[in-house]
Design a binder for this molecule. Structure first.
Ligand code: DC
Length: 218
């Protein structure tokens, strides 16, 4: 039997991560946070000082990464044995990830790591090109978005809750810059798959989005 896949693509801050995790839990399916793979690579090339080196060096690091996602009560991500969970969420990591994600050789090098997540009984895959490039065969596809301001406000609240100093207009500008880079890049740009269901979460609660997506699968 074919393994069912639900893809959730969209810009950062649209709620994909939270929604995908809840749905994967409800369905008992595996969860792929593809952004975390790009983020882990961003950390690794910074650590290894090859961020400004050539594409070949970055690809070599990408292929050698030993990434482990541990699913428990809280999420834990280990890179070459080290816990990088907290570092993954930094704005600087996201921005660097967005830059290296525009390199086609880097995307190709990370493809197998993403395909490895396709396992029974099913997969919820969260990213930018899950429904278009990585899992075009997926039977359920969603494009989840929200206005840039809504996404910036959500991020601002998250940072404030963590006690981190934040500036709403700076966050909005960063989000817009990242959206533009992710949407306008030549390879695997952020675009809805032709067969994706489009959901704007600006005025929806997480629970409402989860219900809407689950109704597609059920
Ligand atoms: O989803 P995220 O914010 O963790 O992703 C970080 C960056 O990684 C994002 O700005 C673009 C890139 N990315 C990508 O190009 N393709 C994916 N499938 C996931 C993330």
């Amino acid at each position: 039997m074919d393994i069912p896949i639900l893809t959730l693509d969209g810009p950062s801050g649209a709620g994909k991560g939270t929604v995908s995790r809840l749905i994967a839990q409800k369905l008992g399916w595996h969860y792929l946070d593809s952004g975390a793979i790009y983020r882990a690579l961003a950390l690794e090339i910074t650590e290894k000082n090859v961020a400004d080196a050539g594409i070949a060096e970055i690809v070599e690091v990408a292929l050698a990464m030993d990434l482990v996602f541990e699913c428990g009560e809280d999420r834990l991500v280990k890179l070459n044995g080290q816990d990088i969970t907290d570092l993954l969420g930094l704005e600087s990591t996201g921005n660097m990830a967005s830059k290296i994600a525009a390199i086609p050789e880097v995307r190709a090098a990370l493809l197998q790591k993403q395909h490895d997540f396709k396992q029974a009984p099913g997969l919820v895959a969260d990213g930018r090109d899950m429904g278009t490039v990585v899992f075009p065969e997926a039977c359920y596809k969603v494009f989840l978005t929200a206005s840039a301001l809504t996404r910036a406000e959500r991020r601002y609240k998250q940072l404030k809750l963590k006690g981190i100093d934040a500036n709403l207009s700076k966050i909005t500008a960063d989000i817009q810059e990242r959206d533009q880079r992710d949407s306008e890049r030549q390879f695997s740009p952020l675009i809805p798959a032709a067969d994706a269901v489009y959901i704007d979460s600006s005025d929806l609660s997480i629970q409402a989005v989860v219900e809407e997506v689950l109704s597609l699968v059920r």
